[in-house]
Each structure stands twice: as structure tokens, then as C-alpha cells.
Design a protein around this ligand. Structure first.
Ligand SMILES: [Cu+2]
Length: 233
């Protein structure tokens, strides 16, 4: 109960976010599935590294679209739309690391309003520049001696992150007001657990492939399977 009250307060501070209430779940089910590419898998791309090569290397793998040879799509974010009750928010401390002039992970999931620690594991200057529309944009220089800065996305939003010093660096932070979301792994699979039985809209979102939705029914104690196919827009 106490947790629910805290979460309500947090959501109350945000204007547009619907409140989410954590509580006990009876007869939970789960959603498992995969995200696949509609068409022949595009070959991996390498981005030019134009400075700081001693730290950043000679080329950087493009991560804005990662499709395995078997056509499975990584880094797609699957979420239950508008769910207002269920399991507690995760207690994880989200970290976005800058290492070898890449962001790790490329897609970071974070609860809305949670502190996100942005680490600089490189001995060079980066800057953290968010291209947010709902939340106020952040632009913080992070010299090599500033090993960690923190940012917050108060409102739910998918936000692109860029480094103005290294134009090939890109990441996405997905902040949500509820815990029912997951990113597909390199095998294209995802799992969302502890879902109260009911009918929901399940949405998949990918930074370059766009989004799709479908209805799902969660039954007590069962795993519901969902397969999304995304193609070039
Ligand atoms: Cu950088």
C-alpha cells in the first residue's frame, strides 16, 4: 500500500501522465514474443569515426537498426498501452554508459521520474544532449574528469540522446509510467511478466521502423504469444 501511495505522488507531480497504481496481482499471466523484420534483413552498417580514434576506434556499428541474419529485430520496445494497475515499478538504477564512444545500452528503459546515471567510461569529452519534446531537453558537457552526471525524464517519453562531440553516437531512453515494457534482445525476443489477466493493447515501437499495435488477451497463469513484424517505413 505504501508503495502505491508513493507512486501516486510521483505521478501527481507530472501533469499528463496517467497515474499508475502498484498492488498485488492475482493469477498473473505473461506476454512472450518476438519482433521480426519484414523483408530481407538489411546488412549491418558501419558509421564513420571522425575524431578521437585512439578511444573510439576506426568505425562504429550503426545501432539504429539491428537485424540478425535470421531477420530478428533487436532494440524494439514492446509495451502494454495505458495499463494503470499491476506489479511494482522496478527498483533498478538505470545507467547509460559512454564507452568506446558508444552508448551502452543503445536502448535504455527507465521508469519516468527515476534518476538516470550517465557515466563517462572514456577518458575524453562527451556531452549528453537529449532531443526530447515532452520533457525539457538536457545538454550537459561531460569532460573526462566528470565520470557521472544524472538526468531525469519526469514524463513518459522516448527520447533520442546524442553527443555533439561525436555525431555517430546515439541512444534512446524510453521512460514509462508503468513497468509493463521490455526491449527485444538480439534474438528479437521479449517477455513481459506479472500481467493481471485482461484484454490489452500491446504496442511495439522501434526508432527507425515505427510502431504497430495489436490486441492481446492475458489469461491467468498462461503465457500469451505475440509476434510483431516491422518493415521499413
Ligand atoms: Cu561523445
Amino acid at each position: 500500500m505504501a508503495l502505491g501511495a508513493v507512486l501516486l505522488c510521483a505521478a501527481g507531480a507530472a501533469t499528463a501522465a496517467p497515474s499508475y497504481q502498484a498492488g498485488e496481482i492475482q493469477n498473473a499471466g505473461a506476454i512472450v514474443g518476438e519482433v521480426t523484420y519484414d523483408g530481407p534483413p538489411p546488412p549491418p552498417r558501419t558509421l564513420a569515426v571522425t575524431k578521437d580514434q585512439e578511444v573510439c576506434g576506426q568505425g562504429a556499428p550503426s545501432e539504429s537498426l539491428v537485424v540478425g541474419r535470421d531477420g530478428k529485430v533487436a532494440n524494439a520496445v514492446v509495451s502494454i498501452v495505458g495499463i494503470t494497475r499491476g506489479k511494482p515499478m522496478p527498483t533498478l538504477e538505470p545507467v547509460l554508459d559512454q564507452k568506446g564512444c558508444r552508448y551502452l545500452p543503445h536502448v535504455l528503459l527507465a521508469p519516468a521520474g527515476e534518476t538516470i546515471r550517465v557515466r563517462n567510461s572514456d577518458g575524453i569529452l562527451h556531452n549528453v544532449h537529449t532531443r526530447s519534446r515532452v520533457n525539457p531537453p538536457v545538454n550537459i558537457a561531460q569532460p573526462k574528469f566528470k565520470k557521472e552526471v544524472s538526468i531525469e525524464l519526469e514524463e513518459p517519453e522516448s527520447v533520442a540522446v546524442r553527443c555533439d562531440a561525436h555525431e555517430w553516437m546515439s541512444a534512446v531512453i524510453v521512460a514509462m509510467e508503468h513497468p509493463y515494457y521490455a526491449a527485444s534482445d538480439p534474438q528479437g525476443t521479449f517477455r513481459i511478466g506479472d500481467v493481471p489477466p485482461g484484454e490489452y493493447t500491446l504496442r511495439v515501437w522501434h526508432e527507425t521502423l515505427g510502431e504497430k499495435s495489436e490486441k492481446v488477451t492475458i489469461e491467468a497463469g498462461k503465457e500469451t504469444r505475440a509476434v510483431f513484424e516491422l518493415g521499413p517505413r
